[in-house]
Design a protein around this ligand. Structure first.
Ligand code: NAD
Length: 359
């Protein structure tokens, strides 16, 4: 059956890096039987320039009708002075909420070939492969009531609400267990159940959902300990699942263990395995249009798309292996280059991944 992919390059380096990911998808179509139809749309600053909106109706329709969305990045200096309602980032947030993408999957993978790029000792991080599953549309970032109020004595008081319904915890727990089933079958749920009632409920519901996944070994960890363990011995983790705010913080911490922003993909999923796939980095206007951006995070986002939305695990593994192959050939874009490597541009890196796929 034909799968539909909405391709949204966005702004800045988004255009160059997505072009490389499209080369990979075209190769999978022609040589490996992937039956994917790609259609491009505008999002972010470039969409604003063309239509007056960072998320035009046509793009939203395209994304809604697709099986998966491939996104580059949005934003840039040019649009920084725009009113907040039409800034490029609104396009991204609009897509996340309109598509109800409640589960954010962020792997932190460190290829042994790039272990020197981390600020941690190579033996601590070499071969690191963690998946953080973060709840993306609930918790304290969205909870009501919220605001800043004035007390009787005139002092101001700020407040937010950490709030989760059982159904919200259940659905993210299912995503996490399903993700663990596709990996090493170990899941660590991170909470603060010793202090916060809301995450006491989180723990209870995750325990309950675990009955559906007897093969997955479930553990629980308080968030302060999890932060410490991520830096002390990160390789102990396989999949971690946590709330919106804890996930925000822990996933950035885990990403930085790897030291190379141009290498990390991400997925944001709805309840039907439909997802939006994008590199974790931004539009990097400082290097846009120079053919020096690293396209591997975007190409690895394609691998996630194949695995989680297109039911093509075999092809996902092939793409990941092709990336591993080009690193073994010592091909490096500028951001991951060290002396002795062969420096290549964005487009040449895309071509090298395609050649590795075909070899
Ligand atoms: P950034 O991630 O774009 O760049 C940070 C640094 O990393 C820059 O020096 C950049 O050159 C480098 N870098 C990023 N990706 C790279 C790659 N693939 N290869 C090589 N080097 C790479 O973050 P920023 O500079 O804070 O933000 C720039 C713009 O991107 C802003 O407008 C911001 O709002 C936007 N942004 C968008 C997203 C998104 O679309 N998901 C995420 C973060 C930032």
């Amino acid at each position: 059956m034909t799968k539909k992919i909405a391709v949204l390059p966005g702004d800045g380096i988004g255009i160059e890096i997505v072009a490389q990911a499209v080369k990979v998808l075209e190769c999978l179509n022609s040589d490996f039987g992937l039956n994917a139809e790609m259609e491009q749309g505008l999002v972010g600053g470039s969409a604003y320039d063309e239509t007056g909106s960072p998320l035009p109706e046509a793009t939203l329709k395209l994304a809604k009708e697709a099986d998966a969305v491939l996104l580059g990045a949005v934003g840039g200096y040019k649009w920084e002075s725009l009113d907040i309602s039409v800034r490029p980032e609104k396009g991204l947030l609009g897509l996340r909420s309109e598509l109800e993408l409640f589960a954010n999957l962020r792997p932190a993978i460190l290829y042994p070939q790039l272990a020197h790029a981390s600020t941690l000792k190579p033996e601590v991080v070499s071969g690191l492969d963690i998946m953080i599953v973060r709840e993306l549309t609930g918790g304290i970032y969205f909870g009501q009531p919220r605001g800043v109020r004035e007390l009787e004595n005139g002092e101001k008081q700020g407040f937010n609400t950490l709030i989760y319904k059982e159904s919200e915890i259940e659905r993210i727990a299912h995503v996490a267990f399903e993700t663990a089933m596709k990996r090493d079958k170990r899941l660590c749920s991170v909470d603060k159940a010793n202090v916060l009632e809301c995450t006491e409920l989180w723990r209870e519901v995750v325990e309950r959902v675990s009955k559906d996944y007897p093969e997955v070994e479930l553990s629980h960890m308080y968030v302060d300990n999890a932060a410490m363990q991520l830096v002390r011995a990160p390789k102990q983790f396989d999949v971690m699942v946590t709330t919106n705010m804890f996930g925000d913080i822990l996933s950035d911490c885990a990403a930085m263990l790897t030291g190379s922003i141009g290498m990390l993909p991400s997925a944001s999923m709805d309840k039907n395995q439909k997802g939006m796939y994008e590199p974790i980095h931004g539009s990097a206007p400082d290097i846009a249009g120079q053919d020096i951006a690293n396209p591997l995070a975007t190409i690895l986002s394609v691998a996630m798309m194949l695995r989680y939305s297109l039911d093509a695990e075999e092809l996902a593994v092939k793409v990941e292996k092709a990336v591993d192959d080009v690193l073994n050939q010592n091909l490096r874009t500028e951001d991951i280059y060290t002396q002795g490597d062969t420096k290549v541009g964005t487009s040449a890196m895309g071509d090298a991944v395609v050649a590795a796929l075909k070899s």
